[in-house]
Design a protein around this ligand. Structure first.
Ligand code: SIN
Ligand code: MN
Length: 322
């Protein structure tokens, strides 16, 4: 990424407030994880069970905290699942929008069954080494979300990628192979959409290049989570020059996503990203300013919540190629 760290820090972003450590009210990411010094982190790792908020003293953040009420959720029968999947597949590709050159929104693209898998995978990875934490800056300010990196670590303080997290030395987990399949399908369907929309016979690969992502930044926004307008621009010169896209998956509650050519909220356009949407921006749109201004409570699909126990909020995965 990203330019959302330092750049955001420099401007007087409405999203960057000093947040006292362990202040759940102030923490957009869904509970205050406080400071994550490495000794603190390790000390707490072996001890405490999840609290009511789903967070252990270790600062492990559980996006799917166990149910407290003892209700058993039955999985829907296979037939119903398959029917749902067939319907979803039929719609796939039919609900795409070209938002601007190089920017495509595939509405309801990720089948529910895959959304469930992604949430469960992120939950497992998020609770292990290199898992979710609340990023912040040396001056004590925190981002209003929880974050985990896959493939490479992105440091909001330095805006740089590395193989290990500076604060605890953890190596980011690998990107699960299933995620790659979905990305390739989304790029392929975006190319078909671009071709349909284009009056000329331009090669869609020139408008929106393909990628082999080696980085994924997973953000979890609780219901007051936000992310200020920023550009994703910390990938390699070559990647940025070629306009290799950012591919973004949204799961859980819907959110207002702003985008535009400047860091100006008033000039930015808004689109609502819902659970299962895939947004891709590359080519001429690779360096758009973008951010999340609001998460809409109780908009996540019921079945997703039943099957994953995903906490209120929104999970977002952005894939990039360094
Ligand atoms: C990001 O820009 O890193 C995340 C965007 C989103 O949450 O949709
Ligand atoms: Mn971004």
């Amino acid at each position: 990424m990203d330019g959302r760290g330092r750049d955001r820090g420099r401007c007087s972003s409405p999203f960057k407030h000093p947040i006292p450590p362990n202040s759940p009210a102030a923490v957009g990411g869904g509970g205050g994880s406080g400071s994550n010094s490495s000794s603190d982190y390790k000390k707490k790792q072996n001890s405490s069970p999840p609290s009511d908020s789903g967070e252990t003293k270790l600062n492990i953040f559980d996006i799917c905290p166990p149910k407290q009420d003892g209700i058993v959720v039955l999985n829907p029968p296979l037939f119903a699942k398959n029917r749902e999947r067939r319907n979803e597949m039929k719609q796939r590709g039919e609900r795409g929008q070209v938002l601007r050159e190089g920017m495509v929104l595939l509405k309801g693209y990720i089948p529910l069954i895959d959304q469930v898998k992604i949430v469960k995978r992120c939950r497992d990875l998020g609770m292990g080494s290199g898992g979710f934490y609340q990023p912040g800056y040396g001056d004590g300010t925190k981002l209003h979300l929880k974050m985990m990196c896959l493939g490479k670590n992105w440091d909001p303080e330095t805006n740089q990628y590395s193989l290990q997290r500076p604060f605890d030395g953890a190596k980011p987990p690998h990107i699960p192979p299933d995620f790659h399949r979905l990305i390739q399908e989304a790029i392929r369907d975006s190319h078909a959409l671009i071709q349909q929309h284009s009056k000329t016979k331009t090669n869609p690969q020139l408008i929106l290049p393909s990628i082999s992502p080696d980085i994924c930044i997973v953000n979890f926004y609780s219901q007051d989570g936000q992310l200020g307008l920023h550009q994703d621009k910390d990938e390699s010169e070559q990647s940025l020059q070629q306009g290799l896209p950012v591919v973004s998956f949204s799961i859980g509650d819907s959110a207002d996503f702003l985008y535009g050519d400047d860091r100006d909220m008033d000039k930015a356009k808004k689109v609502v990203l819902e659970s299962g949407d895939v947004l891709i921006f590359g080519g001429k749109s690779r360096k758009i300013f973008h951010g999340v201004t609001a998460v809409h409570p109780t908009t996540a699909p019921n079945l997703l919540l039943k099957q994953t126990n995903l906490r209120p909020g929104r999970l977002n995965l952005t894939f990039r190629q360094y």
